[in-house]
Design a binder for this molecule. Structure first.
Ligand SMILES: *Cc1c(COP(=O)(O)O)cnc(C)c1O
Length: 362
């Protein structure tokens, strides 16, 4: 008996070992990423400029992001967890682990060649001391009430004798013009010289735009490296890095009066050429883009019509008679515009992009 497609008979790879190109690509512009880091570095003045690469480099792929930015001269990288630190351990770059160190992290934390925890509770400080952990960073809370030890803990000597590389805090509303920004800055500035810390650090992407007096010794941009713009000062400075491209699975003509998609929310006002794309909310192209997003072929805008499905969506291609099955279109994904269109934050758009894209660095 022979089995249909049997690997032994054909000598081909077993299916589990085969790969096929995805019908969905993420174009990632390395030169834009590097240019964004250089721009943020310049805005940081004399402070060093690091890079937040948590959540797998905000969805782009942490390893490739770290490699590109380390090449450009970046030497401070921030991840959330020790699993994320392990994934880039072989790249040999200095890493700070923002969530600190739990008991179960200690075996890795004390062996990782280049990562140190950002200690954020008295228990973490005690754990690190008890394990002879060596160099560390410390997060101090200056009003956000998220992670961090209290300013009064510093005053009472909690950190005495620790080998602190960076003493940092985090701004709660850096992207808004609020008095709280200056209060947090002043609170961190007040800790200068009160610990053995070699450096102070406060500003994320939007914090860098607040000016040099927020930069201290080290800045920690994330979002704007990847094309996010939340404040006017970064408009025209930050370039788009990420552009999804989706393949057309079917082209059809929808007659006047017929509907498209779930809940039949879109009705054709006239006979309409429609292309179905291999892209949906499971790829982070959220339902907020229904009737609001767009694809593009060069300068031609092709609007999303009807509701975005889990894996599919429809665009009006009446203006593009040549577009058909197997062709590729770009998706409008400039983060400030995509955020306004979809109602999702720029952070959610990046980190939601999902695993089904072929990530292509160009
Ligand atoms: C995520 C994060 C950053 C980067 O913030 P962006 O707003 O993405 O620039 C900086 N510092 C800390 C502590 C963070 O958690």
């Amino acid at each position: 008996m022979t089995r249909r497609g049997g690997a032994a008979a054909s000598g081909s790879l077993p299916v589990a070992a085969m790969t096929v190109p995805a019908p969905l690509r993420l174009h990632i512009d390395r030169s834009a990423l590097v240019a964004n880091w250089r721009a943020l570095s310049a805005l940081s003045g004399r402070a060093a400029c690091g890079a937040a690469v948590k959540a797998d480099g905000y969805g782009l792929g942490a390893r490739a992001v770290v490699a590109a930015l380390a090449d450009a001269g970046c030497s401070d990288f921030f991840v959330a967890t020790w699993a994320e630190a392990a994934a880039i351990a072989d790249l040999g770059v200095p890493i700070s682990v923002l969530h600190g160190v739990r008991a179960e992290d200690m075996p890795m934390a004390t062996r990782h060649p280049a990562a140190r925890p950002v200690l954020s509770t008295p228990a973490q400080v005690a754990r690190w001391r008890g394990g002879n952990g060596g160099a560390c960073d410390v997060m101090v809370d200056t009003g956000m009430n998220r992670l961090g030890i209290g300013i009064e803990d510093v005053a009472s000597g909690l950190l005495d004798g620790l080998a602190i590389e960076t003493l940092m805090s985090h701004l709660a509303c850096a992207d808004e013009d609020r008095a709280m920004n200056a209060r947090q800055r002043d609170a961190l500035a007040g800790l200068a010289g009160k610990t053995g810390a070699r450096r102070l650090s406060l500003a994320n992407s939007a914090g860098i735009a607040l000016g040099h007096h927020y930069a201290f010794d080290l800045t920690r941009p994330g979002l704007s490296l990847y094309g996010g713009v939340q404040v006017a000062a970064l408009e025209g400075v930050i370039r788009q890095v990420v552009t999804p491209h989706a393949q057309v699975l079917q082209r059809r003509t929808v007659p006047a009066g017929a509907t498209v998609g779930y809940s039949a929310t879109w009705t054709a006002p006239r006979d309409t050429a429609v292309a179905i794309l291999n892209l949906g909310y499971a790829d982070g192209y959220f339902r907020g883009f229904s009737d609001r997003g767009a694809a593009r072929i060069s300068d031609l805008r092709l609007p999303v019509i009807g509701r975005v499905s889990m894996d599919l969506l429809a665009i009006d291609v009446t203006a593009a008679p040549a577009i058909g099955e197997g062709d590729w279109v770009a998706i409008d994904f400039a983060l400030p515009d995509a955020s306004a269109a979809s109602g999702m934050s720029q952070y959610e758009l990046l980190t939601g992009m999902g695993a089904r894209y072929d990530r292509q660095w160009i």
